[in-house]
Design a protein around this ligand. Structure first.
Ligand SMILES: [Fe+2]
Ligand SMILES: [Fe+2]
Length: 172
C-alpha cells in the first residue's frame, strides 16, 4: 500500500477510483456466482473505506475553501451509494441474486461520482489543486486511516456504512 509511492492525497484517491472501476469490470465479466459475491463484497468494502477517508479527512480540509455546494453534493452522492452498499451486503449474505442488479446500479452511480471528482478543470480535484491546501500533508493521515480500516475489514469486517448528515448551512 504505502509503497505505491503516491505523491499526494489526490493521487491516492484516484488510484482508489481506478481500483474500484477495475473491480466493477471484473464483476461484469464473470458468470461465476461465488466470484460475483466475493467481488461485490470487495467493492463494498473498498467503497466504504474510500468514502470514509474522503469524509473524515479529505473533504473537511476543503470546507471554507471550496464552495459548500460542491462538498455537500459529494456527501449526498456518497449517502446514495451507501444505501445500495448496505443493501448489497445484505443480499450477498442472504444469497439473494438480486444483489447483482444492485451492483450494476451502484457502478453507474459511482462512475458519475468519480467523474464529478476527476473532471478536468471544473471537477472537485481540479478545484482542490487550485487552492493552497497542502495535498502532500493530507496524504499521510489518509494512508494511515486507510490501512487501519483495511485491517479491520480483514479481521472483524466493517460495520454497515453510516449516512453522513450534511449539516444545514450555518448562518453566515
Ligand atoms: Fe472519490
Ligand atoms: Fe467521493
Amino acid at each position: 500500500m504505502a509503497d505505491q509511492n503516491f505523491t499526494d492525497a489526490i493521487m491516492l484517491l484516484r488510484a482508489d477510483h481506478d481500483e474500484v472501476k477495475d473491480l466493477f469490470d471484473q464483476f461484469e465479466d464473470t458468470d461465476d456466482g461465488d466470484e460475483k459475491r466475493r467481488l461485490a463484497e470487495k467493492i463494498c468494502n473498498e467503497l466504504k473505506i474510500h468514502s470514509l477517508i474522503e469524509e473524515e479527512i479529505f473533504y473537511p480540509a476543503f470546507r471554507g475553501v471550496l464552495e459548500d455546494d460542491m462538498l455537500d453534493e459529494a456527501v449526498v452522492e456518497h449517502d446514495g451509494a451507501k444505501l445500495l452498499i448496505n443493501d448489497i451486503m445484505d443480499g450477498v449474505q442472504a444469497n439473494d441474486s438480486v444483489f447483482e442488479a444492485k451492483v450494476k446500479v451502484l457502478s453507474e452511480q459511482i462512475e458519475h461520482h468519480i467523474e464529478e471528482e476527476e473532471k478536468p478543470h471544473e471537477g472537485m480535484f481540479a478545484k482542490c489543486r487550485d487552492t493552497d491546501v497542502d495535498l502532500k500533508a493530507l496524504l499521510e493521515p489518509m494512508l494511515r486511516r486507510k490501512a487501519e480500516l483495511s485491517k479491520q475489514a480483514e479481521s472483524e469486517g466493517l460495520p454497515p456504512a453510516e449516512m453522513s448528515e450534511v449539516q444545514p448551512e450555518a448562518a453566515h
